[in-house]
Design a protein around this ligand. Sequence first.
Ligand code: DOR
Ligand code: ZN
Length: 448
Amino acid sequence: MTILPRGGAARFSRRASSRAPVLRPALHRVHAAATTESLTITTPDDWHLHVRDSEKIADVVPFTARVFARALIMPNLNPPVRTVADARQYRDQILSAVPEGVSFAPQMTLYLTDNTSPADIVDAAKSGFVVGCKLYPAGATTNSDLGVTDIAKIYPALRAMAEHGLVLEVHGEVTHASVDMFDREKVFLEEVLGGLVAGKSAVPGLKIVMEHITTAEAVAFCEDAPATVAATITPQHVLYNRNAMLVGGIRPHLYCLPILKREKHRAAVALAAMSGNPKFFLGTDSAPHPRGTCWGFPKSDSRCLQPLCACLSAILVTLTSTGNSYKYITRRMFAHTSYERGLTRLTLFFYTSQGAKESACGCAGVFSAHAALPFYASAFEKEGKLDKLQGFASHYGADFYGVPRNAGTVTLVKKNWTVPQTYAFGNDVVVPFFAGEIVEWQVEGQSI
Ligand code: DOR
Ligand code: ZN
């Protein structure tokens, strides 16, 4: 790793800026002043990434592929990626979205269900491109309805994973209504993960990644666990506590699962990320969701047809609730108009837009792929820990997964830039992490 000091052979000089600091001062203890202009590290990997499917893939994959050599691809599509055949097809879609001349290797995962069999696991291990299986407790998060209802149901699959060298990636939250939203990770450790790692029902040799940890308890659990247990850490859980999401108004674009926690937890997670302990490594959990506008036009724009769509959508919801099929209704509503196709698409779009970020029931996920490495660099720099970034971003994950560290390098340069308010995302837009705010680092050679 090369860290070039200010006044050294820096390739870029720092631009003076009169704009607001990157991090909200009330939320972060900002220690060391910047001492570095440029940082070259081994090409990193992102060990937790959502890239969605259909036309949306092409809008998000390039952000990751241009910086990271590999990414662990989450399988929570609708329907989920449950078999090697699904994973192969999904991998092909992802590869076709990688820009020309860029080398990027998606590391695929399967979605565990109550019915995943040891034979599915053997197939996955033989594929050569599936490296793990994701445990979503049913109902815990986006597209988890087909997830696991009881850990006991997947023991045969887990034993096969241990035997065939597949890693278990865990969304570590319980889903009982009686458990407070902010305690779901902690209770999961007590009720589920403890047993899986060390109890009578432990599966010897099974490698487990505690995904996107958010609490001091999860940090301690991981530290105390055997070397077969590691954890990924996202930029939002290093940079923000729950005040950022809730004080002064709700910020839906900071809502993710597991939800941001209080400051003591953020501090513990940040400390773990910057500790140099190889059990903690980079996994962005970049999870784009459409904002929920008409093809990117905000509600204030006269081109936004949302009032019309919302009205049609309400009519449809009412009619379908009386037992008519959606197809029947749209056919009846639009059969005799020359606008049939357009209107049907429009209403469909809004009928399904409950999956949007800005809606009455906004979904969980922070999109951070556009500047993932700079976000971590800013956080590490503020704590005077830039020297720990390379291990966290580029070495420990590869070591844990048992793949070679990447051969190339990327260079981060200290250069302010403003994150756009939105990026294209299928027929909508996605609001990125730090939208409209300044980031102090960028990856050399990346245009914004
Ligand atoms: O915030 C999240 N978003 N957490 C998850 O576990 C899933 C993800 C998504 O797929 O949107
Ligand atoms: Zn995720």
